[in-house]
Design a protein around this ligand. Structure first.
Ligand SMILES: NC(=O)c1ccc[n+]([C@@H]2O[C@H](COP(=O)([O-])OP(=O)(O)OC[C@H]3O[C@@H](n4cnc5c(N)ncnc54)[C@H](O)[C@@H]3O)[C@@H](O)[C@H]2O)c1
Ligand SMILES: O=C(O)C[C@H](O)C(=O)O
Length: 332
């Protein structure tokens, strides 16, 4: 029997990531090749013409899975009945702006959009925040949409996870699809901790530890970590625009695995509400290793954490606590 369409909201849909993301959703890269979708696209008034253009292109591309398009600058209309919300819209950091100024603009946007989602989205709507500061925007959204279950509000660190897989694959010349179980701990920022202590490469019938195959602990502890931490900045420097293609593709990976499940024996990284696992203070949206089944994620438990990792995991948690108090001071 044909499936009912799923309503997917993309905010900031006229922007860089939005433009890369909506065709991927319409082609089935997010929810599968047999899942029809209705796209809800929100942007702000100054981008209304560009948004209209994106809608025209979606029609022109004649995607068989695309069963409807809502393109609007009205947040209530955008949120009505949505099952999945990808929050990409936000205020970019312009030259000369302080971190606090960007935070202040974005937390106000996420506070307002939280209320719209809470009132108008479908029950059990799953939310993915992409816009920066992603973890803290997601936390504000959670706080101001108390009736959305906290398990439904997440932020994107899958791009960082995929970047870590890519770096390992390039370093030891293996297919990226054979590398798995890296972990991104913490904030989607330069304090994130990409951890390969449990990562493996499949070599036919066995799985070998990444650390053993790389054979260079110094590289893993220094250049590998900083390359992943700084990759967003490196892309901006190269493109003069943020990483839209890989962010859009990773957003599809995040939702696909959350909804359809992670493969057996594989985990992925997601920014989720901390329950105190691994000694991370509850009340933060922190990136953990998770597995997903039947539409729910669970934090992978029982991984051994060495002293080096502990320090890095705590440092990124500390930054998130500071961001949280800054965000609250902006809302006063
Ligand atoms: N988490 C990640 O891995 C990751 C990766 C790359 C980029 N990002 C972040 O994603 C965000 C979007 O990046 P981009 O390159 O697409 O930026 P962009 O500036 O090209 O697009 C942002 C869009 O958001 C719209 N917008 C602004 N305020 C809005 C509001 N209140 N409601 C709806 N839309 C609104 C803008 O008009 C614009 O069209 C940025 O915050 C960027 O830093 C996150
Ligand atoms: O937009 C940015 O500042 C960078 C982005 O978060 C990225 O990781 O590519």
């Amino acid at each position: 029997m044909a499936k009912d369409p799923v309503r997917v909201l993309v905010t900031g849909a006229a922007g860089q990531i939005g433009y890369a993301l909506v065709p991927m959703i319409a082609r089935g890269a997010m929810l599968g090749p047999d899942q029809p979708v209705i796209l809800h696209m929100l942007d702000i008034q100054p981008a209304a013409q560009a948004l209209k253009g994106v809608k025209m292109e979606l029609v022109d591309a004649a995607f068989p899975l695309l069963r409807g398009i809502v393109a609007t600058t009205d947040v209530v209309e955008a949120c009505k009945g949505v099952n999945i919300a990808i929050m990409v819209g936000g205020f970019p950091r312009n030259e000369g702006m302080e971190r606090k100024d960007v935070m202040s603009k974005n937390v106000s946007i996420y506070k307002a959009q939280a209320s719209a989602l809470e009132k108008h989205a479908a029950p059990n709507c799953k939310v993915l925040v992409v816009a920066n500061p992603a973890n803290t925007n997601a936390l504000i959204l959670k706080e101001f949409a108390p009736s959305i279950p906290e398990k439904n509000i997440t932020c994107l660190t899958r791009l960082d996870h995929n970047r870590a897989l890519g770096q390992i694959s390039e370093r030891i010349h293996v297919h990226v699809g054979d590398v798995k179980n890296v972990i991104i701990w913490g904030n989607h920022s330069s304090t994130q901790y990409p951890d390969v202590n449990h990562a493996t490469v499949s070599t036919g019938t066995t799985h070998k530890p990444v650390r053993e195959l790389v054979g260079d602990d110094n590289w893993l502890k220094t250049e590998f970590i900083t390359t992943v931490q700084q990759r967003g900045a490196a892309i901006i420097q190269a493109r003069k625009l943020s990483s839209a293609l890989s962010a859009a593709s990773s957003a599809c990976d995040h939702i696909r695995d959350w909804v359809l499940g992670t493969p057996k024996g594989t985990w992925v990284s997601m920014g989720v509400y901390s329950d105190g696992s691994y000694g991370i203070q509850p009340g933060l949206i922190y990136s953990f290793p998770v597995t997903c089944e039947k539409g729910d994620w669970s934090i992978v438990q029982g991984l051994k954490i060495d002293e080096f990792s502990r320090g890095k995991m705590d440092a990124t948690a500390k930054e998130l606590m500071e961001e949280k108090s800054l965000a609250y001071s902006c809302l006063k």
